[in-house]
Write a protein that binds this ligand. Structure first.
Ligand code: ADP
Length: 191
């Protein structure tokens, strides 16, 4: 299997690049944001609780997202590999993910970290909010709260994988195709 984490702050282009990467490499896309939004759309108890937290720009509890990822992985035992998007977002999620993969003698091959400046992120998310229907994209203070959560809790995930020498930094500003090529170059080196 080839398992990769696409990492970066909200609005860094993880969703856009994930779509292109899964198509090219035949990976299964696991996005905790998408899984949570599908719970919300289905009005499950989990979804209703998660929505309150997401609308404040805060992180959903670790146990919830770890449980969702674990069952999504179990549902795809024959995947060629997973592309994790928006997960792990805390150091405990990273440890839990490594344990889940280790159960099947698997591991993360590489973490590709998209780097984008804060003002560009806010601009992109406000623009996405005009059409995405995502309530967390329409309010600048919620967007800034998500960036604060990222800086306070999520950057620790990059530190974690850095200790295993698995992090590659990718410039996340430029055209979609330029960024995609930079990502593919790193993946091809690991394959
Ligand atoms: P973005 O990265 O653009 O903020 P996502 O779709 O990845 O968008 O996530 C939207 C929201 O879902 C986050 O702000 C957070 O509340 C919640 N969320 C998604 N993934 C996780 C996670 N791994 N841990 C905790 N909360 C999460």
């Amino acid at each position: 299997m080839f398992n990769l984490i696409l990492f970066g702050p909200p609005g860094s282009g993880k969703g856009t690049q994930s779509e292109k990467l899964i198509e090219k490499y035949g990976l299964k896309h696991l996005s905790t944001g998408d899984l949570l939004r599908s719970e919300i759309a289905n009005q499950t108890a989990l979804g209703l609780e998660a929505k309150k937290i997401m609308d404040k720009g805060h992180l959903v509890p670790d146990e919830v997202v770890i449980g969702m990822i674990s069952s999504a992985m179990e549902q795809h035992p024959n995947a060629k590999g997973f592309l994790f998007d928006g997960f792990p977002r805390t150091a405990s999620q990273a440890e839990a993910l490594d344990k889940l993969l280790a159960l099947n003698n698997e591991e993360i091959a590489v973490m590709l970290a998209l780097e984008v400046g804060e003002e560009e992120l806010v601009k992109r998310l406000m623009k996405r909010g005009e059409t995405s229907g995502r309530s967390d994209d329409t309010n600048e203070s919620v967007i800034r709260a998500r960036i604060v959560e990222y800086l306070q809790k999520t950057t620790a995930v990059a530190d974690y994988y850095h200790t295993f020498d698995k992090v590659k930094l990718i410039k996340g500003e430029g055209t979609i195709d330029e960024i995609f090529s930079a990502l593919c170059k790193e993946i091809d080196e690991k394959l």
